[in-house]
Design a protein around this ligand. Structure first.
Ligand code: FES
Ligand code: FES
Length: 167
């Protein structure tokens, strides 16, 4: 019997400032690479179908649903996950605002909400509360913490109107 063909691919990413490499099958998503290979479980798997936003990370500064990205397709990219944003002693302004505005309950959606909000601010499109709501509509919260989430983003946006003014 013929041996199964070797379909594995080598990938390399800079994740939260650290170069990470792995050998993976071509069907592995970036979400599974982060969680299963690199143990970066802050990025959550909700629907695994691009519908909930729980898996949002930043690739080269742009927010994206990592469950929809085949990891081999973006090898060489710079990825930021929630583990690379703020520290327990020095929260990112959005993290601090989420705490202040009670913008979470179970917290499952929160890493994706924070990454998405950073992307939203850097896009520079959302200026009003309605535009924040529209821009964050891809990030669902089953606990219904939407009012606090928008309050938090609105406050940070007012204080730091573009990503360059965020720490
Ligand atoms: S897990 Fe990726 S959008 Fe839901
Ligand atoms: S805080 Fe529970 S899903 Fe958003």
């Amino acid at each position: 019997m013929d041996a199964a063909p070797n379909t594995a691919h080598h990938v390399a990413y800079t994740i939260n400032g650290v170069i990470r490499m792995a050998t993976i099958e071509p069907w592995v998503t970036l979400l599974d690479l982060l969680r299963e290979e690199f143990d970066l479980t802050g990025t959550k798997k909700g629907c695994d179908h691009g519908q909930c936003g729980a898996c949002t990370v930043l690739i080269n500064g742009i927010r994206i649903n990592s469950c929809l990205v085949l990891a081999v397709s973006r090898s060489g990219s710079v990825v930021t996950t929630i583990e690379g944003i703020g520290t327990p002693d020095q929260l990112h302004p959005l993290q601090a605002a989420f705490v202040k505005h009670d913008a979470l309950q179970c917290g499952y959606c929160t890493p994706g909400q924070i990454c998405s909000a950073i992307g939203l601010i850097s896009e520079g499109i959302a200026k009003t509360r309605d535009e924040i709501r529209e821009g964050m509509s891809g990030n669902l919260c089953r606990c219904g913490a939407y009012i606090g989430i928008v309050d938090a983003i609105e406050e940070v946006l007012a204080a730091a109107p573009d990503a360059n003014s965020l720490p």
